[in-house]
Each structure stands twice: as structure tokens, then as C-alpha cells.
Design a protein around this ligand. Structure first.
Ligand code: PHE
Length: 346
């Protein structure tokens, strides 16, 4: 009984080995694997037959069965790699095989338009010798308001509805707090931009978000004039928009600049005809700016008789909307990949 089984196993191994080494392709090999090693395969059947042996004979038969199984497994593995190598070899000499063809398209990410425009602005200003600074989003009341000439009693505090934190700090409502921080940090004269996220406790609609991006610009010099400010703003806009844009300048009130201006751009979404983005006026407020107020210079540790400066606070959502003709601000933070993927470059 034992001898019979051992012989059977030996023959089985031999047959399997012959079949495997002559298997013509990977498909045939897979079938052989099932036939010999599968759950209902020949080796399994032989193992089951062992139950009928006398208990003392079982270890000998078991050892043999394992040997045979290992032999078949090794034969299959080696045949599989040689078939695979043959297949690649054939592909390489196939006259129809072109290794230079593009592979199937992979999902590539795209930068958000606000990121693209921020990088562009950074490039433009770096080339003009500006520092690129980064300031906290969680601010103190002093840097966000008082240091910018907006004391608690000042009606201008209502212009920017604020997210107050329970610890008395706040989410910065604009990037302007960086003005006083930068003046304290760097020796005059200097020039810097500080881009970042800002927060307002606002109702969200087609042109307002509670979270948005600004880039603040600050230049501290000895004799800065309004002409100098306007000239710089014009360079900035033409560089960023990469096209001629119609602008207008109005007086604008901000406690931290004197004089202050609102630079408006003709709405690029509707071409000035009037739409939801420009609230039917044809113009969009884009770039508030002005000469730094003497009180702000003082808070920054500078003598207003000696130093002067200009500052601007550029809203990036509006700029992006103008540049790419986007009609609803809510697309920007929607997280919708169909929106973002339109800005894929290359
Ligand atoms: N910080 C102002 C705002 O967010 C904009 C501004 C910046 C105005 C610098 C003048 C100068 O509304």
C-alpha cells in the first residue's frame, strides 16, 4: 500500500515536470498548476489517499508528497519566468512594437489658480527686490487693528467683521498686520510682500467668501510719493494680468493709509457691461492702496518725519476671477476637481 502510493507520487512528479517544461504559454501553465496543485488536483488527491495508510506509514508518504509538491512548484515557477522572458523578447523584436509610444494617460494634479497667481506675483516682486514674508493667520488685536490706527472705538472696525477666538486672539481680517510686524523686524529702507489667507465673518455669495487670499505689499523709503505708488500699482497689474486693463482710481478710506485709494479694474468677466461679479457696475474693486499713515509708521518704530511708505492689499480671489474670467467666487474653494483641472499646465 505504502510502496504503491510512493510510486504513484513519483510518477505524478515526473508527469507534472514533463508537462510543465513543455507548456507552450502562460495560459497552459496556469491550467497545469490547477491540475496538479489545485484543491481538486492530483497531489491533493494523493495526500487524501494517505488517510487509508497504516499510521506508521503516513510520515514516509507525507514526506514524499511534500517533495513532489515542491518539485512541481519549482518547475512551474521556473517555466513561468522563462515564458515571461520569451514574451518580452518577442515584443522587442516585433516590428509593430514602438517603445516611444506614450503610455496611457495618468491622472496628473493641477495647481489651484490662486496658487498660480500667488507664485506669479512673488516672481514679479522678487525681481524688484522685495522680501517675501510670512505672518501668522491667528493675530493679536494690536497688529490687526490698533497698530494700524484702528482703535476699539473706531467705526472702521465694523468694516471688517471678525472671527474672534475664545482666547482673545482673532483670525486676521487682512494681511495688513504684517505691516507693523515687518517694520519692527527689518531696518528701513526695505520693501516686502506678504501673501496669505485672511478671514471675514461674512455671508457667502457670488463675490464674497469668508476665507480668501490677499497679498500685502509694503515699501518703506525716504521720500515716497503718490506718483510712485500709482506707478508701482500699474506695473504690478499689467505684469499679473498680462494684458491691458482699464483701471480707475478713487479716493478710498482706510485708517492706516493717508491718502488712501481704491484702484478699480473694468470687469473682465462681462467686459464692463455689468454682471453678478461686478454687481452690475462694470467695475471691480481690486487694489486698495495708499501712503502709510504716520501713526502706523510710529507703531512700527519709524519716525514719520524721516520715513514714508506705500502699501497695498491685493485681493487674490478677485484678481483670479478677473484674470481667468470666473463668474462665481464659490468655485475657488469648492474643491471641485473639474474646476481645478482646467488650470493644468502643459
Ligand atoms: N487691508 C485692507 C483690506 O483688506 C486693504 C489695504 C491694504 C488698504 C493696504 C490700503 C493699504 O481691506
Amino acid at each position: 500500500m505504502l510502496e504503491q502510493l510512493v510510486q504513484q507520487l513519483d510518477e505524478l512528479g515526473q508527469r507534472a515536470d514533463d508537462a510543465v517544461t513543455t507548456a507552450g504559454d502562460e495560459d497552459a501553465l496556469r491550467k497545469l498548476e490547477i491540475r496538479f496543485l489545485g484543491k481538486k488536483g492530483a497531489v491533493t488527491a494523493a495526500m487524501k489517499a494517505m488517510g487509508k495508510l497504516a499510521p506508521g506509514d503516513r510520515p514516509v508518504a507525507g514526506k514524499k508528497a511534500n517533495e513532489v509538491r515542491n518539485l512541481i512548484t519549482t518547475a512551474i515557477d521556473s517555466r513561468r519566468s522563462s515564458l515571461e522572458a520569451d514574451r518580452i523578447q518577442r515584443l522587442c523584436v516585433d516590428p509593430h512594437f514602438d517603445a516611444t509610444l506614450p503610455t496611457p494617460r495618468r491622472g496628473v494634479g493641477a495647481l489651484h489658480p490662486v496658487t498660480l497667481i500667488t507664485q506669479h506675483i512673488e516672481d514679479v516682486f522678487r525681481a524688484m527686490g522685495f522680501h517675501l514674508l510670512d505672518y501668522p493667520e491667528v493675530e493679536t488685536e494690536f497688529f490687526n487693528f490698533d497698530g494700524l490706527n484702528i482703535p476699539a472705538s473706531h467705526p472702521a472696525r465694523d468694516m471688517q467683521d471678525t472671527f474672534w477666538l475664545s482666547n482673545g486672539l482673532l483670525l486676521r481680517t487682512h494681511t495688513s498686520p504684517g505691516q507693523v510686524r515687518a517694520m519692527r523686524e527689518y531696518d528701513a529702507p526695505f520693501r516686502a510682500i506678504f501673501p496669505g489667507k485672511v478671514y471675514r465673518f461674512e455671508e457667502v455669495d457670488a463675490s464674497h467668501e469668508h476665507t480668501f487670499h490677499q497679498v500685502e505689499g509694503l515699501m518703506i523709503e525716504r521720500d515716497i510719493s503718490v506718483a510712485n505708488l500709482i506707478d508701482s500699482m500699474k506695473i504690478l497689474l499689467s505684469e499679473i494680468l498680462e494684458r491691458e486693463a482699464t483701471i480707475r482710481l478713487r479716493p478710498g478710506y482706510f485708517p492706516f493709509v493717508e491718502p488712501g485709494f481704491e484702484l478699480d479694474i473694468q470687469c473682465q468677466v462681462c467686459g464692463g457691461k455689468g454682471c453678478a461679479v461686478c454687481k452690475r457696475s462694470g467695475w471691480v474693486e481690486l487694489l486698495p492702496c495708499g501712503l502709510v499713515h504716520p501713526n502706523v509708521l510710529r507703531h512700527g518704530g519709524l519716525d514719520p518725519d524721516e520715513w514714508s511708505g506705500w502699501a497695498f492689499g491685493l485681493g487674490l480671489s478677485r484678481l483670479v476671477m478677473m484674470k481667468y474670467q470666473i463668474e462665481d467666487i464659490r468655485h475657488l474653494l469648492s474643491g471641485d476637481l473639474r474646476f481645478i483641472s482646467q488650470f493644468r499646465q502643459g
